[in-house]
Design a protein around this ligand. Structure first.
Ligand SMILES: *[C@@H]1O[C@H](CO)[C@@H](O)[C@H](O)[C@H]1NC(C)=O
Ligand SMILES: *[C@@H]1O[C@H](CO)[C@@H](O)[C@H](O)[C@H]1NC(C)=O
Ligand SMILES: *[C@@H]1O[C@H](CO)[C@@H](O)[C@H](O)[C@H]1NC(C)=O
Ligand SMILES: *[C@@H]1O[C@H](CO)[C@@H](O)[C@H](O)[C@H]1NC(C)=O
Ligand SMILES: *[C@@H]1O[C@H](CO)[C@@H](O)[C@H](O)[C@H]1NC(C)=O
Length: 146
């Protein structure tokens, strides 16, 4: 019992330290995004915990209905981001399903002009990342504060 609790706490603390969402590291996705931005001479994005919360909630929603959608029972993208305390002047969302790892997800998005445009837009400053291993659902939320 004691050991189980001890190890559960270590895993929990490690997950917080490394910002791990369901086994996917948002910092790794951020670095893949920033590598693409650097190739295009754009400034790096930084992770924002409010956008990551919105992205994770939306990812869990998509996994629960087993479908890709930008509509959520808690509202539009714009509403969902605001609900996390992020007053935005620009927002966008990329979603994907079935990619087995971070590089595969980024590859899919970079291969689709609209998703690529979000990754390579000078409009955005922040990134949030969501992932569910229940069906491999992925979300990226991009934002710039008001
Ligand atoms: C931008 O991100 C890339 C990829 O993570 C990194 O190699 C680079 O050092 C970053 N640049 C700055 C100015 O932080
Ligand atoms: C998934 O979403 C699409 C587009 O909204 C819809 O046409 C389709 O019926 C949905 N599939 C399921 C299984 O709900
Ligand atoms: C967001 O904007 C609303 C209305 O303009 C304001 O009441 C609220 O304090 C702002 N929240 C943040 C986190 O800036
Ligand atoms: C990611 O998944 C692809 C298959 O879609 C595979 O080819 C690649 O080796 C994987 N990359 C890593 C880092 O695991
Ligand atoms: C990239 O897009 C092309 C054309 O839409 C498609 O044939 C190819 O399978 C895509 N590759 C990936 C990795 O998504």
């Amino acid at each position: 019992m004691l050991f189980t609790k001890f190890f559960a706490q270590i895993i929990f603390i490690t997950a917080i330290l490394f910002n791990i969402t369901n086994g996917v590291d948002p910092n790794y996705i951020l670095s893949l995004v920033n590598q693409e931005r650097q190739k295009n001479r754009l400034s790096n994005l930084t992770l924002d915990s409010r956008l990551t919360r919105a992205a994770q909630l939306h990812t869990d929603y998509m996994a629960s209905i087993k479908n890709l959608t930008h509509d959520d029972r808690s509202g539009s993208l714009e509403d969902r981001i605001r609900a996390q305390g992020y007053n935005w002047s620009a927002v966008a969302e990329n979603i994907a399903k079935g990619q087995v790892n971070e590089t595969a997800a980024i590859k899919t998005w970079m291969n689709s002009s609209q998703h690529r445009q979000n990754i390579l837009s000078p409009k955005y400053k922040h990134l949030g990342v969501g992932y569910s291993n229940n069906g491999n659902y992925w979300t990226q939320d991009f934002g710039t504060p008001a």
